[in-house]
Design a protein. Sequence first.
Length: 381
Amino acid sequence: MEAADAAPLTDFKPQPGSLLPPSHAFPRHAPQGQRFFLPPRVTRHTMHDPFRLTGPTCLSFSGGSTSGYMLWRTLQSNTVADLKRWLRVAFANTGLEHPKTLKFVDDTDLHWLRPLGLAIDWVEFRDDEAGHAVVTYETASREGEPFLALVKKRNYLPNPITRFCTSELKIRAMHKRLRALGWCDENAEWDQFIGIRADEPRRVAKIRARGTSTETSKETMCMPLADAGVGVAAVDDFWAKQPFQLELPRHKGRTLAGNCVLCFLKPRKQVESLMASDPSYAVVWIKMENDTVKTIKPNLVETGFFDADGEPLLKEVIGLGARFRKDWPTYEQMLHSVLAQADAFGHEPVLVHTGLVDAGGADILRSAQHDEEGIACFCGD
Ligand code: SF4
């Protein structure tokens, strides 16, 4: 080990509680063949510093400000040697992220990780034997390719009931990357750092109750931001002072165009506002709905009427999984609607000014009806 690796990061401010013994004093991950002697939950919650690595850890970086801040705190709380030994930072790209999200991930990599000899793993779903690919900022998909490949494979669209896009495009793609790195052998266990804040109590409670990943009990879900009591104000304060940041508007702690830009779990008005701001966002979503409608088997449902023989008359309806939202118009109809609205009102933007500016001096915008709640999504902040 180089001497520099053993020292805390010199550029980083020490955090209260960082005078803990080195993480190997708490060996959560026992050598192969030996029993674990500290239960994961006890270790995590009795540690003074929830960002301290205690074994192999995958930090799930969504490309948002919150998980970016979690990454920063993790870098501060560990020596370079421990970071190199324990940490993998993964960003799973669906191909439908905003270009500024990709830029932010790349900036984070270049400013924070590369100088330490670390790097973000950019992973994408692939419908092949490996199940994933490792890409770079330059080669990352930008036209929805991983999402399209998944929908083609399933011949079915994810929806609020069956959200398989998160598990396939993000969680499993990351797991396959970890497995390729040798993490997932029989005895492997690891921590998963996810960017859930203390001011998101419903998400915190749900994940705490579960304890481990939905995909494997070997992965312990850790929410160091929630454990440290970090709320949205602390995240925003931090980014206001940084030389780079995610250059997308935020409203009430949410990045409106974060994750997949037109995610069907966002409030409908938010999706329509984003379409109005750039109609090209809708292209891939419309294609996925239209392609799936053409191929998915329709459902036959009773009409409530009967023929002359007394047999119930049936009608064909679009099968479950042929639309992202059965309670919304199609993405194509929504696009036509917002474009017509813009025409009718002399191209008035659907996004309106809040009167606030972000750290970069840009206006923070909001939809006229942004108080509608979206559906909780675990893809990130
Ligand atoms: S952001 Fe939405 S659409 Fe994208 S993977 Fe997550 S749940 Fe699916």
